[in-house]
Design a protein around this ligand. Structure first.
Ligand SMILES: NC(=O)c1ccc[n+]([C@@H]2O[C@H](COP(=O)([O-])OP(=O)(O)OC[C@H]3O[C@@H](n4cnc5c(N)ncnc54)[C@H](O)[C@@H]3O)[C@@H](O)[C@H]2O)c1
Ligand SMILES: O=C(O)C[C@H](O)C(=O)O
Ligand SMILES: [Mn+2]
Length: 575
């Protein structure tokens, strides 16, 4: 029995909480708790008087206090634990803190610190915010999901924990990623925290360290594979659809072996997408589009090399191809400009390939310079194919060496170099080195955050090419437009919207992305672009979460998006 009922306005935004509890129950629930910010009247009505100290403080005073405490924590991991505990005690205060300096706090609740959190999950677990399905409870998935029905779930971020950032299988610990992504749904898209559900599909782990660790709290078995794995995901998907037919399901950090299969199996069945494939493709296209403004060139003038042909890499290739085709290029011609490499070098049709790699595999017979697999090495492909855009999604630290980067510089005056692998320790090259090697000519953006770089008397701001600029807006656009499915065109629209947010001031400093403090502004633009795409494609319908019908009218959709935003300020509590 929940102690609160959400009270909505016509736009589906929460305007108040109706609380059917008193005393400590109100204080100990992170949605209703205000700590020392309960007003005198609330202290009276909800029998809190005496349970908190006498002085009434404002939310902004509480935020200042929290900032001071975080300042004293020595490591980012400690800072995470503090923010997380705040989230568990008082979700409004936690989000008010995050939005007081989103640039600073995003690097703690999200990339890169969240990587450490996933790795230490078993020793830091205190309280659950999300769901853990495992073979022992998956048959009860529907019953378990129904416990969240009153929260009116709008977005779930779901991981099977196998492809966490660039650090691989993290067992049950992957759920920290889901929570981090959802915190950014709240920060960017204003989707209130109660509408967000992090879900771990704990099908076991093949991480030897975790399997040997007696403290490990996940399902202590090797991973389910093959039909057992697919049946498990199927049970989850069916239950999710039954309980939350209108909610968005974001698949996150599945390993490449399953990421494409799971996405494609449910793309027409659930309102779903894969963030690593599609969100990453979209954000990377956004960065390239911004770079085109600096270079005064077109997408069709570039040759693309993607180092790391996994979920992110192939997603980027698909998105670049879609954008080239939209500009009028034939599919074969577009594909010919995109080279993918994996740990064995250039992906070619003459070797045995996982199906997801086939589309971008090159026919060696069609490449006059390719005689043996040695010719598929990174530097050689850059030189022979004339690569102008180099993208890293390999998770391999330092593999964009000076030799590699200067090879791209030999092909173009302003090479585009995007080391996208996360967390920071996995990045293919650090921006400072890239600017030094290219004398500031490279156009750089990274997956993890980096400080600005001084080079030759100029300061370069390193844009963050991270799908955070895409997924919250896709989610809000889908929810607001009532889209019945998530289509590829949404991600092209999202990329253009994000690229349009890069100001001339940003471009003058070499930045291919807006600064993170503009996350919400960018997200709303992306959401509107996505909602319009849904209307254009004929998949919009009445939004299930509001009283507002706007399924054919872009102007009304914009209005809905602007009004669906939950802000981290205390809600009125109604008795
Ligand atoms: N910036 C972003 O928004 C973003 C989004 C998604 C993924 N990523 C990052 O990209 C990286 C990969 O993620 P993923 O989900 O695609 O993983 P993945 O496992 O699906 O793909 C990794 C790919 O890298 C290839 N690879 C491994 N070693 C290599 C080597 N030495 N040389 C060339 N290729 C090699 C593998 O063959 C595989 O194809 C991670 O570090 C992740 O954090 C960043
Ligand atoms: O989580 C991130 O920071 C981006 C991306 O989804 C990743 O897997 O690296
Ligand atoms: Mn991811």
């Amino acid at each position: 029995m929940s102690i609160y009922d959400l009270q909505f306005d016509d736009y589906g935004n929460t305007r108040a909480l109706k609380v059917n509890a008193k005393g400590n129950a109100v204080l100990f629930h992170n949605y209703t708790n205000k700590g020392v910010a309960f007003s005198d009247e609330e202290r009276e009505v909800f029998e809190i008087s005496g349970l908190v100290p006498p002085e009434v403080k404002s939310l902004s005073q509480q935020v200042l206090n929290a900032q001071d405490i975080i300042q004293e924590k020595v490591s980012d991991f400690e800072k995470f634990i503090y923010i997380r505990s705040l989230f568990d005690r008082n979700v409004t205060l936690a989000h008010a803190l995050l939005s007081s300096d989103i640039t600073r706090y995003m690097s703690i609740v999200y990339t890169p610190t969240v990587g450490i959190v996933c790795q230490r999950f078993s020793s830091m677990f205190r309280q659950g915010n999300g769901l853990h399905f495992y073979p022992g409870n998956i048959d009860d998935a529907e019953k378990i999901l129904r416990r969240y029905e009153r929260a009116d779930i709008r977005v779930a971020v779901v991981t099977d924990n196998q492809g966490i950032l660039g650090i691989g299988d993290q067992g049950a610990g992957g759920q920290a990623i889901c929570l981090g992504k959802l915190m950014l749904y709240t920060q960017g898209a204003g989707i209130a925290p109660w509408h967000c559900l992090p879900i771990s599909l704990d099908v076991g782990t093949d991480n030897e360290k975790l399997l040997r660790d007696p403290k490990y709290i996940g399902w202590h078995h090797r991973r389910l594979t093959g039909d057992d794995y697919l049946a498990f995901v199927g049970k989850f998907a069916r239950a999710f659809k039954k309980v939350f037919p209108n909610a968005l399901c974001q698949w996150e950090d599945f390993s490449k072996q399953n990421a494409f299969t799971v996405r494609d199996t449910y793309v027409n069945d659930l309102i779903s997408f894969n963030d690593d494939i599609q969100g990453t493709g979209s954000v990377t296209l956004a960065g390239i589009l911004a770079a085109m403004k600096i270079k005064s060139e077109g997408l069709k003038d570039q040759v693309y090399l993607i180092h790391g042909a996994g979920a992110g890499g192939v997603g980027i290739a698909e998105q670049i191809e879609a954008a080239l085709v939209e500009e009028g290029m034939a599919v074969a011609e577009a594909r010919a400009r995109i080279f993918t490499l994996d740990s064995r070098g250039l992906v070619t049709t003459d070797r045995s390939l996982d199906p997801y790699k086939e589309k971008f595999a090159k026919d060696p017979g069609a490449l006059p310079w390719f005689n043996s697999s040695a010719d598929g090495a990174l530097e050689n492909v850059i030189e022979k194919a004339g690569v102008t855009v180099l993208i890293g999604t390999s998770g391999q630290h330092g593999c964009f060496t000076k030799e590699v980067v200067t090879k791209v510089l030999a092909n173009t005056e302003r090479p585009i170099i995007l080391p996208l692998s996360n967390p920071t320790a996995n990045t293919e090259a650090i921006p400072e080195d890239i600017y030094n090697w290219t004398d500031g000519k490279a156009l750089v953006a990274t997956g993890s955050p980096f400080d600005p770089v001084n080079h030759g008397g100029s300061e370069y701001r390193v844009g963050q090419c991270n799908n955070v600029f895409i997924f919250p807006g896709v989610g809000l656009g889908v929810i607001a437009s009532g889209a019945t499915k998530v289509l590829p065109s949404f991600f092209t629209a999202a990329a253009h919207a994000a690229a349009d947010c890069v100001s001339s001031h940003d471009l003058a400093r070499g930045a291919l992305f807006p600064s993170v403090d503009r996350l919400q502004e960018v997200t709303l633009k992306v959401a509107k672009a996505v909602g319009r795409a849904a209307i254009r494609e004929g998949v919009a319908r009445k939004c299930a979460f509001s009283a507002f019908d706007h399924n054919t009218d872009p102007a009304r959709l914009d209005e809905a998006v602007d009004h669906m935003i939950w802000k981290p300020v205390y809600l009125p509590l109604e008795a």
